[in-house]
Design a protein around this ligand. Structure first.
Ligand code: XMP
Length: 326
């Protein structure tokens, strides 16, 4: 019988044998896979592991705190946060093309990570140690998808911000390689990782950067972050987290529409809700969210986010629409 405790015990033994006394780095994205693989490696080798979390300014509300505070408190992982918001937003200035955004975000992520990596390597060297290993949250479906057999360096390059260059001089530790998502979640729970992280719905690596149709700016990110937090809270409160695969909340930053509030005319931006039901994100249908829930989300967003005066619902399946708008 499959048992999370046995898998953990078995992996701890393997990781210890693989690593010896060397040091290990892990890139934390805030997602389930990297959170669980990192916690598992920490359980095996403690502070020989350093986890690196890049705050690119494209995170959802509360996400950084969730990692820095709740995740660290529950796992004891030694975490370094890279403050890279200014850098990312600087490079994204004036950029509206979705693929261009992805390229910039991916490239800057690697640069931020490599900077810390160099520091850690130097630090280890000064102490007569070496950094030889990199943790990857590769799951079984990733292995199959990339056609990788044993020993293949399956670094998710995909369109994933978690994708690291494959010329890094590291051996990989991939403790989740034989597992499916629900098994990874079970292991995460067994390791005591908070439910908000372990139960998280898919969220793209480029984050809110590809949920602003138009240029990404700090002000627009703040607007979207608020609207997204409200939609998420209401969907969760309505008990819809199981039914909904994910719900992108999108800011149409270059579209304005006329509204009225109190005695005044407003000229604000629309927010799009894109709740979808899916098995694997390859195909999807729009989720029939109850009208009362939609009404609550719409009322709260237009009342609490002054820049937004209209909330619209995306009722397109995939195909032909993709899940994300960019
Ligand atoms: P689409 O929009 O292609 O999305 O229907 C399918 C799934 O992939 C996620 N997605 C991404 N994930 N980096 C990621 O890590 C990306 O650039 C990216 N684009 C889309 C999307 O959220 C959905 O789950």
């Amino acid at each position: 019988d499959w048992n999370a405790g046995n898998v953990i015990a078995d992996q701890i033994e393997r990781i210890r044998a693989q690593v010896g006394t060397a040091r290990v780095i892990s890139a934390m994205s805030g997602g389930v896979d990297s959170a669980v693989s990192t916690a598992l490696v920490h359980k095996a080798i403690g502070d020989q592991l350093t986890a690196v979390f890049v705050d690119h300014g494209l995170l959802r509300k509360g996400e950084r705190e969730q990692v820095e505070r709740d995740y660290v408190a529950s796992t004891g992982v030694h975490l370094i946060t890279v403050e890279a918001e200014d850098t990312f937003l600087g490079h994204l200035a004036g950029v509206t093309d979705p693929e261009e955004k992805r390229k910039i975000i991916g490239r800057e992520f690697i640069r931020s990570f490599e900077k810390v990596q160099r520091e850690l390597v130097a630090e280890a060297k000064a102490e007569g140690e070496s950094v030889k290993f990199l943790v990857q949250g590769t799951l079984y479906p990733d292995v199959v998808e990339s056609g990788g057999g044993a020993g293949t360096a399956n670094i998710k390059s995909h369109h994933n911000v978690g994708g690291l260059p494959d010329d890094l001089d590291f051996e990989l530790i991939e403790p989740l390689r034989a597992l499916f998502k629900d098994e990874v979640r079970a292991i995460g729970r067994e390791l005591g990782i908070p439910e908000q992280i372990v139960g998280r719905q898919p969220f793209p690596g480029p984050g809110l950067g590809i949920r602003i149709v138009g240029e990404v700016t700090r002000e627009r990110l703040d607007v979207l972050r608020e609207a997204d937090a409200i939609a998420r809270a209401e969907l969760t409160a309505a008990g819809l987290d199981q039914e909904i695969w994910q719900c992108p909340v999108v800011l149409l930053a270059d579209v304005r529409s006329v509204g009225v509030q109190g005695d005044g005319r407003t000229y604000g931006h629309p927010i799009v809700l894109r709740p979808v039901s899916s098995e694997d994100a390859m195909t999807a249908d729009w989720t029939r969210v109850p009208y009362e829930v939609l009404a609550r989300i719409s009322n709260r967003i237009t009342n609490q986010v002054p820049e937004v005066n209209r909330v619209v619902l995306d009722v397109t399946s995939k195909p032909p629409g993709t899940i994300e708008w960019e």
